[in-house]
Every structure is written in structure tokens, then in C-alpha cells.
Design a protein around this ligand. Structure first.
Ligand code: FEO
Length: 162
């Protein structure tokens, strides 16, 4: 595999694990304010991110190139509201989409068709990854992020399946 592509895919494992860390930190904040449904939603999201990281981990190994795990930065720990958290989630997912698009461009540049096809899954997945926080954010804006409607939304998010 081309060295630059190998290194970029390897780095994306760290980026996906950072996403898991970020969502787990958000889950922790929701736990601290007794919004257990939101916390559950974030914990399920963190697991999804681990799966994304493992997909790349397995792909690199299948291609016979070594995975070198990198340090994961500390995520933010202080948040002010559910609305702020979902704004940050959406912003984060947009950044991840840009990363995936760059990886795709690189796979085209170096003519690595197996990587290009592998990345199709991630391109499709990012549509969902942006849609989910965006929908929740719309609801949070509509209910002004407080009151009985917030508790109702918390109950709704508790139903997310892993
Ligand atoms: Fe792995 Fe949320 O993107």
C-alpha cells in the first residue's frame, strides 16, 4: 500500500477512537445532570465509533500493513447544555466527513481501488452520522432545550438500540 495512504488510514483509526472518547465524555456530562436517555444515546454512539475504528484496523491488517496506534487527545469535559453538546457533535461529524472525503481523494490519487471501495461504506455512513445529531439539535432548538419536553426527549433517546 502507498505509504501516504497507509499513514492516513492509520491516523483515521485514532480519529475514530477520539470520536468514541468525545461521545463518552458527552455521556459522562449527561450522566452528571441526570439525563440518562441522552447519556445512553451517547454511549451507543461511542460504541459505533469503536466499530468504525475497528473496520479500518481490520482492513489494514487484511491488506498486510501494520497498524500503529497513536495517542488519543483528551476530549472536552465541560459543557453547558444539551444543545451545545449536539452543536459540537454535528460540527465534529462534519469534520469527520471532510477527513473521509480526503482519504477517498487520496485513494483515487494513488490508484488504490480496494481502499477506494472500502471507503464507500464510510462515505455513506457519514450521511447518517450528520443526520442524527442534526435531527436532535432541531428538536432541542424547537423545545428551547428545557422543561418537560426535554425530559420527554430524554426518554425517547433512551430507546436507541446498540
Ligand atoms: Fe465515525 Fe461519527 O464518524
Amino acid at each position: 500500500m502507498d505509504k501516504k495512504l497507509h499513514s492516513a488510514l492509520n491516523e483515521q483509526i485514532k480519529n475514530e477512537l477520539y470520536s468514541a472518547y468525545l461521545y463518552l465524555s458527552m455521556a459522562s456530562w449527561f450522566e452528571s445532570v441526570n439525563l440518562e436517555g441522552f447519556a445512553h444515546w451517547m454511549k451507543v454512539q461511542a460504541k459505533e465509533e469503536e466499530k468504525h475504528a475497528m473496520k479500518i484496523f481490520d482492513f489494514l491488517n487484511d491488506r498486510g500493513v501494520k497498524v500503529v496506534l497513536q495517542a488519543i487527545a483528551q476530549p472536552p469535559v465541560d459543557f453547558s447544555s444539551a444543545k451545545e453538546i449536539f452543536e459540537q457533535s454535528l460540527g465534529h461529524e462534519k469534520k469527520v466527513t471532510a477527513m473521509i472525503n480526503k482519504l477517498y481523494d487520496l485513494s483515487l490519487d494513488v490508484g488504490d481501488h480496494a481502499s477506494r471501495v472500502f471507503l464507500h461504506w464510510f462515505i455513506n455512513e457519514q450521511v447518517e452520522e450528520e443526520k442524527s445529531p442534526s435531527k436532535i439539535l432541531e428538536t432541542l432548538r424547537a423545545i428551547k432545550g428545557e422543561g418537560a419536553a426535554l425530559i420527554m426527549l430524554d426518554r425517547e433517546l433512551a430507546k436507541r438500540e446498540g
